[in-house]
Design a protein around this ligand. Structure first.
Ligand SMILES: NC(=O)c1ccc[n+]([C@@H]2O[C@H](COP(=O)([O-])OP(=O)(O)OC[C@H]3O[C@@H](n4cnc5c(N)ncnc54)[C@H](OP(=O)(O)O)[C@@H]3O)[C@@H](O)[C@H]2O)c1
Length: 318
């Protein structure tokens, strides 16, 4: 298929997925946060890191984790009124904000070094920060923005913080990475040639990066031999800031009154995220929707390993 035809097909496919999921999700149940991991008495306060925790699903995830007694380190580009409000609450000393632009791998590396020096354990790492339909732009490291933020920045953060996650898993039985991907992954392709630099259009770039994140999660689980747990999920179609580049009338449909009445709320989506963070037993390496495992496209070993090697080679050169 020519790349322009393929681009049009992906746009169509992404909207179909959005429509089908948007309708179906009305009937999804909110995950109950019982039968979940709880810190043992006498242990130090558990630590969670949430990227993009200043807005939408990430902000609600942060609030829920604070309610569950975690110290939450939010990684974001800029602060917001709600986050500042949370920092002023009595639990404020449990929320810690690190301003980092995830398009810069150098900034992610420096953040990881600081966290490694400050913390002795990380129990939960929620890789939630995301952009959608971002116009074509290469980051300072030369990678396409969706791939840079969703896959490379998060893979680097996880890679560098693995010793802290392993320690938490070994000592407290929880050291888990939750990658927030999207059902649009079903419209994505794994493009190994020119990895990280391709851009057919914003829809393909988004879907490709979310597919790569889900496949990478599965491979990472395999490579880390259960020393940590890695899962990923589609949190639901939720109106908000993420849709700022979506064209009218779709933006209106999703973020207007109808969307706000029909679609999931950021809090409902965050319940799914936190459920995966804390559920006692989990199918590690899997992709989840509505709290259940769903199969993602199966790639032959050579292709899947090709993705893993390419991500690893970016990490080792950073
Ligand atoms: N909403 C949905 O319908 C939906 C559906 C499926 C999957 N998801 C996924 O769920 C996640 C959260 O979505 P959301 O709806 O909550 O989006 P959102 O409200 O736009 O929040 C995304 C967060 O990521 C941050 N972020 C983006 N680029 C960043 C960068 N370069 N460095 C640091 N932080 C950055 C944003 O900060 P800024 O405010 O500075 O941009 C924001 O805090 C995303 O990964 C998204 O792909 C969402």
């Amino acid at each position: 298929m020519s790349s322009s035809l393929e681009g049009i097909w992906t746009i169509f496919y992404v909207y179909i997925i959005g429509l089908v999921y948007g309708i179906r999700e009305k009937f999804w149940r909110r995950q109950k946060l019982d039968d979940i991991w709880r810190p043992s008495k006498g242990k130090s306060q558990p630590v969670a890191i949430v990227t993009g925790g200043t807005s939408g699903i990430g902000l609600q995830t942060t609030k829920l984790l604070l309610e569950q007694g975690f110290r939450v380190i939010v990684v974001a580009r800029e602060t917001g009124d709600e986050v500042e409000g949370l920092r002023r609450l009595p639990v404020g000393n449990q929320l810690d904000l690190r301003l980092v632009d995830l398009t810069s791998l150098t900034a992610v590396r420096k953040l990881s070094e600081k966290l490694l020096a400050e913390l002795d354990k990380v129990h939960v790492l929620v890789c939630n920060a995301g952009v959608m339909l971002h116009p074509f732009a290469l980051t300072e490291d030369g990678y396409e923005t969706h791939m840079a933020v969703h896959v490379l920045a998060h893979a680097l953060l996880v890679d560098r913080l693995t010793p802290l996650l392993q320690r938490a898993r070994r000592l407290d039985h929880l050291g888990r990475v939750v990658n927030v991907t999207s059902s649009t992954l079903f419209a994505g392709r794994l493009r190994l040639e020119g990895f990280g630099k391709n851009y057919v259009n914003g829809y393909s770039a988004y879907a490709d990066s979310k597919l790569a994140l889900a496949v990478y999660s599965r491979l990472l689980q395999k490579h880390c031999n259960d020393s940590i747990e890695v899962v990923c999920l589609h949190p639901g179609v939720v109106p908000g800031h993420l849709y700022r580049y979506t064209v009218f009338p779709f933006k209106q449909l999703i973020c207007g009154l109808m969307g706000r009445i029909w679609l999931r709320t950021a809090l409902e989506a965050a319940h799914d995220v936190v459920y995966l963070c804390l559920k006692s037993q989990i199918s590690a390496g899997c992709y989840f929707e509505n709290g259940s495992v769903v199969d993602i496209p199966n790639f032959d070993e050579r292709t899947a390993n090709g993705l893993f090697e390419r991500v690893q080679s970016v990490l080792s050169s950073t």
